[in-house]
Unconditional design. Structure first.
Length: 136
């Protein structure tokens, strides 16, 4: 089974954070790729399609950080480099060509990407997500 979480851009939080308050609310992905939810509240029971422009699916990478936290796409991570002369960097987890990379955008130097094989997950700590600070 593939594991994922879903970010709601309108509510500015992960669905899992408000799902319990809504009653029974589960998100799933159909084989055709459409995002759907099963809702069971006092008012209704049913399945409906979710707007892909509002909801962002973030897949579990299959890796955990040094604290045992699961790393998802769009997590912001601190990559520590204790055994090199490079400085520690904040980077965003992403998949590219079926592989996990950590990347960041440097204003002066363009994009910098670090392939996961070049670091150990024991050198990675999840510090947040790209959505942190979006709530007004």
């Amino acid at each position: 089974m593939n594991k994922f979480r879903v970010y709601d851009k309108r509510e500015q939080q992960y669905v899992e954070e408000y799902a319990e308050a809504k009653g029974q609310f589960e998100v799933f992905i159909r084989p055709d790729g459409k995002l759907r939810c099963y809702e069971e509240t006092a008012d209704c029971v049913g399945v409906r399609e979710l707007d892909p422009l509002r909801f962002i699916v973030e897949w579990f990478t299959g890796f955990c950080d040094s604290q045992g936290r699961e790393i998802y796409i769009n997590d912001v991570c601190m990559i520590q480099r204790p055994y090199s002369n490079r400085t520690d960097i904040h980077a965003v987890a992403a998949f590219h060509n079926g592989m996990l990379w950590f990347g960041r955008h440097d204003i002066d130097n363009g994009e910098t990407w670090v392939f996961v094989d070049e670091i150990a997950c024991s050198d990675v700590n999840v510090t947040g997500t790209i959505h942190d600070g979006e709530a007004s």
